[in-house]
Design a protein around this ligand. Structure first.
Ligand code: UT7
Length: 333
């Protein structure tokens, strides 16, 4: 029997229109373009404006674009995994809301929270549903409205995050293309350095939690940086070694876009040259679950069937990991 692998067969993305520039941030907090550029590489980020709009409003148009590109209708989707840290509601899952909005009547769905590594965890999880042979069309969407948990008076975090979403379709492949391997890790002791203090079951929302601004992102930047730089580089080198890939074999590195310095360190450790590294942090900042699929979406035209691609991420939890995949199609847009 031919082995079934899970391959990405289409991508869609969505970015809200509003651009929050470094110049505008200079009017909001004590910061400057030069500091932001040299420490993070970010020039601007997108913000979803409008009353009553949430993460599903980023994810739904991304999936709709994907369906249109692939020429399939929403009722053909079997499963939607929504990777997010900013769900529309605490419950039900944003995946269910997305299904309703796009008319995916036959799909089941759930949310997956692994912070900035969420898309990788989602891709690995979704691939198993395809490899089992039980499902034929699985959507993994990475979507976050980070502006809903950013304190725009905190200069250490508000300069980093942005809103955005992108989705991939996984389908069975019998040519050995698609997801080849994954290494996923987590260390819960790292949670103290990056989390949202209130709003969960430990500290339900109250007037006090609002007054203390505990519904916003709390990040100890330097501590996270230290772990991110080491772990993202290590796991990327490990997946190359495990799969006997040299730097020449790797066509693209698709890193989580948190900080250009972390990305540079990862590429250096892998021995991969800059021209093989997807980098769009300057335009969108850190969109958490959106970063990796947004890169694939933007670079889709340049990807060739058979390309060896390494996806790597590090994020809150701590969570981190790498996925090795072989690109499954040539695009002629
Ligand atoms: O995606 C999830 C995982 N997250 C990450 O991977 C983020 C990892 N961390 C980072 O990317 C970096 O730590 C940051 C970009 C968050 C911060 O950069 P840093 O080089 O670690 O700066 P720092 O926190 O050490 O701050 C250096 C100085 C401080 O001033 P003093 O104490 O030296 O006087 C800060 O108060 O820069 C100051 N500072 C700022 N100055 C201007 C902090 N934020 C700003 C700002 N503008 N926005």
């Amino acid at each position: 029997m031919t082995k079934i692998t899970a391959a990405i067969t289409a991508i869609g993305g969505y970015l809200p229109e509003y651009r929050l520039t470094n110049k505008e941030l200079e009017t909001m907090v004590d910061t400057n373009n030069e500091w932001i550029m040299s420490r993070t590489g970010i020039e601007e980020r997108r913000v979803l404006k409008g009353e009553g709009k949430g993460t599903s409003d980023l994810a739904a148009p991304a999936i709709e674009e994907l369906l249109q590109k692939r020429g399939i209708n929403p009722e053909e989707i079997d499963l939607i995994i929504c990777c997010t840290v900013t769900p529309d509601l605490v419950f039900p899952a944003t995946a269910n809301i997305i299904s309703d909005k796009i008319g995916a009547k036959n799909a089941f769905g759930f949310d997956l929270n692994a912070a900035c590594s969420g898309f990788l965890y989602g891709l690995a999880t979704g691939s198993k549903f395809i490899e089992s042979g039980q499902y034929k069309k699985v959507i993994i969407v990475g979507a976050d409205k980070m502006s809903s948990i950013v304190d725009y008076e905190d200069r250490t975090t508000c300069i980093i995050f942005g809103d955005g979403a992108a989705a991939v379709l996984l389908e069975p492949n019998e040519e050995g293309l698609g997801i080849q391997d994954s290494i996923l890790r987590s260390d819960g002791s790292g949670r103290i350095h990056l989390h949202q203090k209130a709003g969960g079951s430990v500290k339900p929302p109250s007037h006090e939690t609002i007054n203390q601004k505990e519904h916003y992102i709390y990040q100890e930047g330097q501590a996270v940086f230290k772990f991110a730089v080491t772990n993202m580089a290590d796991v990327s080198a490990e997946i190359m070694e495990k799969n006997k890939l040299t730097a020449e074999d790797v066509a693209w590195l698709v890193p989580h876009q948190a900080n250009k310095r972390i990305i540079d360190a990862t590429a250096k450790r892998m021995g991969v040259s800059d021209d093989k590294v997807m980098l769009n942090i300057s335009k969108y900042g850190n969109t958490t679950n959106g970063t990796i699929p947004l890169c694939l979406w933007e670079w889709e035209n340049q990807l060739k069937k058979g390309d060896n691609i390494i996806l790597s991420a590090f994020g809150g939890g701590f969570t981190w990991g790498s996925i090795y995949l072989k690109w499954a199609y040539d695009t002629n847009k």
